[in-house]
Design a protein around this ligand. Structure first.
Ligand code: NAP
Length: 244
């Protein structure tokens, strides 16, 4: 049975990705940082609802030893690491000149170094197996930049660069690496955004609604599937037409 590791699987997009992978018959490792109960409850739902094995594990992706441990749990329990979804991320809205050293480091550490840490750990197994798929969750702001989100945009642009370079390096080992750039998706990450701003973001989205975590999870499932066997190094916008 194939195995998927999803980081940031306690809620939002990551939780939807974990469900999508379980629906497709994967055993799932659900990474989280704070929300143990949510991750453990979701693991139970996956085991009972889809008949797969699921393990929730705390791992701060910005710390390489914890990222290594997260991936190792998959290998130790299931003997393989077929899919890695690098989804864990944080955001912050702040004037560029107010961003502190610590905030910059935390943003890059989580959103970019986290992708590096988990991908390096998983790639070691995938290269040996000559098979695997890594999907990185970037953002449309990594493509076009967002005012007052310079550190966030920079981290997500870095994820796009990492995806393209790693795809070239790992393709000869039959490991595919792709990236999804979500538009505005209804999750906790939007909880601080005022209703008025949400309305104008919806207006700016040609499809005329917010995205759902499932919109992103469906694209992740496609990129991990055999149907995407010739797709690597790509940046897939799932944004309702916001950025074209
Ligand atoms: P969310 O609801 O805020 O969930 C974030 C997830 O990341 C949680 O599971 C959280 O774990 C985990 N996490 C945060 N820091 C972590 C760390 N250092 N180590 C491990 N896990 C960590 O966010 P979301 O909206 O689902 O976003 C998921 C991804 O999509 C992010 O990379 C985000 O940048 C990207 N994205 C989101 C949107 C959007 O509009 N929502 C748009 C574009 C891109 P805990 O629950 O344990 O804290």
């Amino acid at each position: 049975m194939k195995t998927a590791v999803v980081t940031g699987a306690s809620r939002g997009i990551g939780a939807a990705c974990a469900v999508a992978m379980a629906k497709n018959g994967y055993n799932v490792i659900l990474g989280y940082k704070e929300n143990k109960e949510k991750a453990e409850n979701l693991a139970k739902v996956l085991i009972e609802g889809y008949g797969v094995a699921a393990i929730a594990m705390r791992a701060d992706v910005s710390v390489s030893s914890q990222a290594d441990a997260l991936i190792d749990i998959a290998y130790k329990n299931f003997g393989r690491v077929d899919v890695l979804v690098n989804n864990a991320g944080i955001s912050q809205f702040k004037l560029f000149t107010d961003i502190t050293d610590e905030e910059w480091q935390e943003m890059i550490g989580t959103n970019l170094t986290g992708v590096f840490n988990c991908s390096r750990a998983a790639a070691r197994y995938m290269i040996n197996a000559k098979s695997g798929s890594i999907v990185n969750i970037s953002s449309m702001w990594g493509q076009v930049g967002a005012s007052c989100e310079v550190h966030y945009s920079a981290s997500k642009a870095g994820v796009i660069g990492l995806t393209k370079a790693l795809a070239k390096e790992l393709a000869p080992s039959n490991v595919r690496v792709n990236c999804i750039c979500p538009g505005v998706i209804k999750t906790d990450m939007l909880s601080w955004v005022e209703d008025e701003t949400i309305s104008s973001l919806i207006e700016e989205t040609p499809i005329g609604r917010l995205g759902t975590p499932k919109d992103i999870a469906d694209a992740v499932a496609f990129l991990c599937s055999d149907s995407a066997g010739f797709v690597t190094g790509q940046v897939l916008g799932v944004n309702g037409g916001f950025v074209i």
